[in-house]
Design a protein around this ligand. Sequence first.
Ligand code: PMP
Length: 407
Amino acid sequence: TTHLNIEKIRADFPILQTTVYGRPLVYLDNGATTQKPRQVTEAISNYYDTYNANVHRGVHYLSQVATDAQEAARSKIARFINAKHDYEVIFTRGTTESVNLVAYSFCKQYLKAGDEVLISGMEHHSNLVPWQIACEDHGATLKVIPIDDKGELILEDLDQLLTARTRIVALTWVSNSLGTVNPVAEIITRAHARNIPVLLDAAQAIQHTHVDVQALDVDFLVFSGHKIYGPTGIGVLYGKEALLNAIPPYQGGGSMIKSVSFEKTTYADLPFKFEAGTPDVAGIIGLGAAIDYVNEIGLDNIIAAEHDLMTYAQQALSGIKGLRFIGDATHKAGTLSFLIDQVHPFDIGELLDKQGIAVRTGHHCCQPVMEHFHIPGTVRASFSFYNNKEDIDRLVAGVEKAAQMFV
Ligand code: PMP
């Protein structure tokens, strides 16, 4: 049970007062992006209004204030994921760019012809396509941990899939299309037993779970700010110091160098080696404010509230005739995917939209998952602690209406 004052929390999110087609908004597309509390937008406008300056190169006062604010945000994030060092937190544009960075730089260093990269059958395209490209570039093979009809990984074959040629495992912690929570600690242990590093896509985990990179001993972990109440355009790559030092830079430019001549450039120390160009200072400060906000509410309270919402929604939706859940994993977080008989998910989504209910329909950037279930897509309701039971009651009423119309 939750100890949150939901009405007070909802007042922090101005958008929750919005109406859509004349109906109060029901926002259940949190898996795509989360809404932002005033505390985050105010931190961003305060930066632009009172201390906007470029970072790390200015010798003037405002530049120092902006630099301090950026680095304070880095520390907050490092503490939030329990990184050993602040400089193991690299700022990127998001999960997608973080994966591309590792797929490029790690593979440039370590992936050779005949080697293998292991992903899973439930990856978001952004943790699949970059590895496919790297494998093509280096003559390596992409291998896949299969999924079963519950939407869980089939781990019986993992020890066969982890071979002497496997250079890295890249795996989603929580599936964005099904909500499955994967047993990542176990998989990391089994990969490490063979000295294979692991990258975790925490895009759908960071806002729903305690993340402790040292306890997990994970090698790389990536996520997007916008899925944890921060702004778009900012994301994080966590990497172990030794690995980040061992791989080459991703982009060249200003800020990532120690010295430059036409003959030879030497690179800056971590984290700046991977942060070429002017960073998204406002985005970093906004993400820092989002982490403060989550800490203030308390991740345990958030997890408990979301668990209650999921349970309530699961029970209420399962009473609808013809409705079936896609993915029935034992451990789920944040997301429910479903279909009604033969009704196309787009039709359900459109009908819900007309009632002011925002869900996502389609393949959710996981076409191989849809292929596994032989479906064109799903209706996905994804929850945040600021949702309330009324949101779910309206969802259920909307889905019931759709079921009556189309079946
Ligand atoms: N991985 C997962 C599991 C996701 O849910 C998402 C966002 N839907 C991404 C990666 C990509 O994140 P972004 O678009 O913010 O880079």
